[in-house]
Structures are given as structure tokens and as C-alpha cells.
Design a binder for this molecule. Structure first.
Ligand code: NDP
Length: 254
């Protein structure tokens, strides 16, 4: 058995029905985990499940609206009762509203903060009793380059992504006694539905990202398979409260 082995582990990925979430779900499945992908869009989930099953994964879809606390509890409980345990939670669901701060409405603010940040709070709370019962667990929060940098068109997004890293640290400190490790991943610029929209809305974004990224390419969802396995596996048992950039060098480029 390698320190990266996830057989007998059950993982729950919010927004695992596409993009980075699906990239991580595939990595976890390849390492032996049973994977529950959770989201709203059933058609996307069916396609994602087909991809997971094609690589031999045990996988299921659970309906989840992270904007609703009750939905978070119901989905996590359903996953744990279907598969008998819950070991890994990836708080990946996210969205953005791109406007200058003076044009943002209260609804814009709450949509982004609730989808990106409050959801991770609800889902982590919902996962806690199941992880305690399992003797430990792994929680991975998805941050962003905007956890560390700012943008004139993404005030709520950057606020939520800064806070989700602080939230990971706080949970890490609180739940170390339960053998639960809580870490964050900070993706660079990755080719997904979210950034396809950003590239339509923000002029010059594609080339700006390419010029600043030392790896000279946009990231792909598959770039997150390895880091997800690492942070979900015994290989990272003494790592908690950390934030790991997966960005092709974007954040260290002067
Ligand atoms: P996608 O748009 O492909 O994925 C976002 C996912 O979030 C979707 O699968 C969506 O599921 C889910 N989601 C959104 N709202 C809800 C909700 N209310 N309830 C349940 N699920 C919801 O984009 P990415 O893969 O790019 O984004 C994944 C994460 O990575 C996000 O947190 C994003 O902020 C972060 N990130 C992405 C970067 C990038 O460059 N792409 C860079 C830095 C961070 P559904 O369709 O079912 O609603």
C-alpha cells in the first residue's frame, strides 16, 4: 500500500460534476476512492459519472444546492449512509459576478459569498460527525489566485477566496484533535466553464494570463488530480492549515 492509497475511502466533491471538481474527482477515483459528486446540474453530472465509470470508479451523484444549509446536511448524510462512511470533503463549488464594486448589488454579493464561502462552512460542519466516526478525515477548500491577489472586477470573489483560506486554517486548528486535516488549494488560471465566461467578459484576459504564467499555458482540470490525492491521502497526515498554489508559477512571477 502506498501513502497515496485511497481504497476504502469515500470522498464528496461539491461541484464535482464539472471543471476542476471533476478533475479532482477523477484523481481520487484513480487512487481507489469511492467518489460522490454533488451539484445542481443533472445533465452535467450524468456526463461526469460516465467519465468516472469509464475509469472503473465507484461513483455516485447527489443533488446539492450549496446555497441551502439543509441541502448541504442532506447531501453529506446521504453520501455517508449510502457508502457507510465519509472521509474526504472537497469544498469546490464556486461562482463569480464580474462588475466594478460600485455596481454590485446586495444580491450579487450574497450569491458569491454564499456559494464560495458559506457553503464550505455548512458542508464542513455537515461532514464533521461522519469524519469523527471514521477516526479522522481530510477537508480541502478551493481558493484562488484571488486569495492572495486582488481584481477591480471581482470584489466578492476575492473576498470569499481570501476568507476560505482563513477558514481552512481555523478548522485545521479546531479539528486537529479529531485527526482531521484541513488545507486549501489555490488554482491559477484554469480552462473551465467559469473562465470561459471570464474570457468573454474581460477583454485581453486570455493573453494576459499566458504572458504572466511561467508554464506558458492555462491549467487544465486534470492538473488537480495529483494535489487532490496528496491532500486526501495519508501522505499529507502532518500537513494542515496549508494553502498550496497550483498555478504554473503564476503567483511567484514578479
Ligand atoms: P465550473 O463553473 O466548471 O465549476 C463550478 C462548480 O460549482 C459547478 O460544477 C457547479 O455545479 C458548482 N456550483 C455552483 N453553484 C452551486 C450551488 N449553488 N450548489 C451546488 N453547486 C454549485 O468552474 P471551475 O471548475 O473553474 O471552478 C471550481 C472551483 O475552482 C471554484 O471554487 C472556483 O472559484 C475555483 N477556481 C477556479 C479557477 C479557474 O481558473 N477556473 C481559478 C481559481 C479558483 P452546477 O453546475 O451543478 O451548479
Amino acid at each position: 500500500m502506498t501513502p497515496f492509497d485511497l481504497s476504502k475511502r469515500v470522498a464528496f466533491v461539491t461541484g464535482g460534476n464539472g471543471g476542476i471538481g471533476l478533475g479532482m474527482a477523477k484523481g481520487l477515483a484513480a487512487a481507489g476512492a469511492t467518489v460522490v459528486i454533488a451539484g445542481r446540474n443533472k445533465a452535467k453530472a450524468d456526463a461526469a459519472l460516465a467519465e468516472l465509470k469509464a475509469i472503473g470508479a465507484q461513483a455516485a451523484f447527489v443533488e446539492l444546492d450549496v446555497l441551502k444549509e439543509a441541502s448541504c446536511h442532506k447531501a453529506l448524510d446521504q453520501a455517508a449512509s449510502t457508502f457507510g462512511r465519509l472521509d474526504i470533503l472537497i469544498n469546490n463549488a464556486g461562482t463569480s459576478v464580474r462588475k466594478p464594486p460600485e455596481q454590485l448589488t446586495a444580491a450579487d454579493w450574497h450569491l458569491v459569498m454564499d456559494t464560495n464561502l458559506t457553503s464550505a462552512f455548512f458542508c464542513s460542519q455537515a461532514a464533521y460527525p461522519h469524519m469523527q466516526r471514521a477516526g479522522g478525515g481530510k477537508i480541502i477548500n478551493i481558493g484562488s489566485m484571488m486569495s492572495i491577489f486582488a481584481s477591480s472586477y471581482a470584489t466578492p470573489y476575492a473576498s470569499s477566496k481570501g476568507a476560505i483560506v482563513q477558514m481552512a486554517k481555523s478548522f485545521a486548528v479546531a479539528w486537529a484533535k479529531d485527526n482531521i486535516q484541513v488545507n486549501a488549494i489555490l488554482p491559477g488560471w484554469i480552462n473551465t466553464d467559469l473562465t470561459r465566461k471570464a474570457r468573454e467578459q474581460v477583454e485581453g484576459l486570455h493573453d494576459k494570463v499566458l504572458a504572466r504564467t511561467p508554464a506558458q499555458r492555462w491549467g487544465e482540470p486534470g492538473d488537480f488530480a495529483g494535489v487532490a490525492v496528496f491532500l486526501a491521502s495519508p501522505a499529507s497526515d502532518f500537513i494542515t492549515g496549508a494553502a498550496i498554489a497550483v498555478d504554473g508559477g503564476y503567483s511567484v512571477q514578479a
